[in-house]
Design a protein around this ligand. Structure first.
Ligand SMILES: [Zn+2]
Length: 470
């Protein structure tokens, strides 16, 4: 009895509530529909448009980027962005095509030969290619120039900002790929190096009474890049390599000798993005924030540029942080530095040149890597003032301290215990070791820098320590 009563009361209550709610149902439905419609218009539809346009064009613009197009129907279409992208690529390719290709170098005839039995058909590739690594080969001009071209993402970012109606004062978007390319293209400095090869043998004379010495000597001059001024200044150095082989065939003793240049290292230094800075100044955009905006935009457009920029200087932030000021230059401190850890730990990577595992290029290790477990307290090398403290892409969580005459960098930290601008005592715990950023395991990346208005990377192991490092 009471169950039925209860059910009846319940359904009566539900009915009453429904009747009270009825007037609100329609407006609520309308608002909900509008909400989803707006979401669709803002986020879903532009994505469809971009994807479909890219699919039609063969998806050449990677990752559905748009340079000027905002996705809405105006006089600038996504196909215009595609055209612009193609132009950037063509400009780069045209610039690259002026240099001798690998094929042309290998097929070119040897300039100058001395000795007997001259082989007039010998080609550069036949003679020298085997002395070089299989992957690198004798580098043609084009191979050397290739990595120094102007990145398309940077071109897009420059056009996007400098070609914006707000900047130009014109009514329409006004990109200028050729003009900007001419301003940003690298200056390459070449030097001639001579490849040398000598093939000599002795054979018995036709009457069998004596031995005749014979030889062929080949020389060929190739241009090698010694200095590049692009995003930074890069100095490239070579060493001479000499190889000598002795061997015998059925009737002859043969000696092969070659003398040729090999790459030993590249040294890069600032000022970084000087050409870009110059271009922005000419367009009345002198502030660091303008440069920063363009670089960030370029990194957004092209993943490659993002990787490249972080490899170049740690991070854009580091370019703009006042890391070369003189404020603390006369700051009084102990001449001896304190080892950044409580105890000595193994150095897993020394200061100096090493082969970059990904780029397969010689890069400069600006400091030392000290193996230590996660959480190990990190101590300040001298007293000073914190210049940078935060996530700097390649370095992960990092701290840079200005000590006046020196600056120190502590990278891949797990924890940061200081703030920018904070005054630090020598030996103070500033953070804890970890493996953040581009790091393969727990360690401290430690740098000591000096220089006034420039940055000189020092080998921490070559400087005198106060304590902890013995
Ligand atoms: Zn390191």
């Amino acid at each position: 009895m009471s169950k039925i009563k209860c059910n009846r009361y319940f359904s009566f209550l539900v009915k009453k509530i429904l009747i009270r709610l009825l007037p609100y149902v329609v407006p609520v439905l309308i608002v909900t529909a509008l909400f989803f419609f707006v979401i669709y218009l803002l986020f879903v539809l532009p994505k469809f448009i971009i994807e479909s346009v890219n699919a039609e064009d063969g998806g050449k613009v990677s990752g559905s980027i748009s340079i000027f197009s905002t996705g809405k129907r105006d006089d600038w279409q996504l196909s215009d962005d595609q055209r612009l992208y193609d132009e950037y690529i063509n400009l780069y390719q045209g610039w690259l095509d002026q240099f001798t290709s690998q094929e042309a170098l290998y097929n070119s005839k040897i300039e100058n030969q001395k000795g007997e039995d001259i082989d007039n058909n010998a080609k550069v590739g036949d003679v020298w290619a085997r002395f070089y690594d299989q992957d690198s080969g004798i580098p043609s001009e084009r191979v050397q120039a290739k990595s120094h071209g102007v990145n398309w993402g940077l071109m897009a970012a420059v056009d996007r900002i400098l070609g914006d109606p707000l900047i130009t004062g014109l009514m329409a978007r006004n990109p200028n790929p050729q003009g900007h390319f001419d301003k940003l293209k690298p200056q390459l400095h070449w030097e001639n190096f001579e490849l040398y090869y000598r093939y000599s043998w002795s054979e018995s004379s036709s009457n069998g009474e004596g031995v005749i010495e014979k030889s062929r000597t080949y020389r060929h001059t190739i241009p090698l890049l010694v200095k590049v001024e692009s995003y930074e200044v890069k100095n490239i150095s070579y060493d001479w390599k000499r190889t000598k082989y002795y061997y015998k065939d059925s009737k002859r003793n043969i000696i092969e000798e070659a003398y040729y240049p090999v790459l030993v290292g590249t040294k890069q230094e600032g000022p970084y993005f000087e050409k870009l800075r110059q271009l922005l100044m000419e367009n009345q955009l002198p502030k660091n924030s303008d440069l920063e905006l363009i670089l960030n935009l370029a990194m957004n457009y092209d993943e490659d540029f993002k990787y490249f920029a972080s490899y170049l200087s740690g991070n854009i932030t580091e370019l703009f942080a006042d890391t070369e000021n003189d404020e603390y230059f006369n700051f009084k401190h102990n001449e001896l530095y304190r080892w950044p850890l409580e105890d000595y730990h193994e150095i897993t990577s020394a200061y100096g040149w090493r082969v970059h595992p990904i780029l397969r290029d010689m890069i400069f290790h600006k400091g030392i890597d000290i193996a230590c477990p996660k959480g190990t307290p990190i101590l300040s090398a001298w007293s000073g003032k914190v210049l940078l403290a935060g996530w700097i892409s390649g370095y992960g969580k990092m701290i840079m301290i200005n000590h006046g005459k020196y600056k120190t960098v502590y990278g891949h930290l797990d924890k940061i215990r200081v703030k920018i601008g904070q005054e630090i005592d020598q030996g103070q715990n500033i953070g804890n070791a970890g493996s953040t950023g581009l790091s393969s395991g727990d360690h401290l990346h430690f740098e000591i820098r000096s220089g006034q208005g420039e940055t000189i990377y020092l080998d921490p192991m070559s400087l005198d320590k106060d304590k902890g490092g013995d």
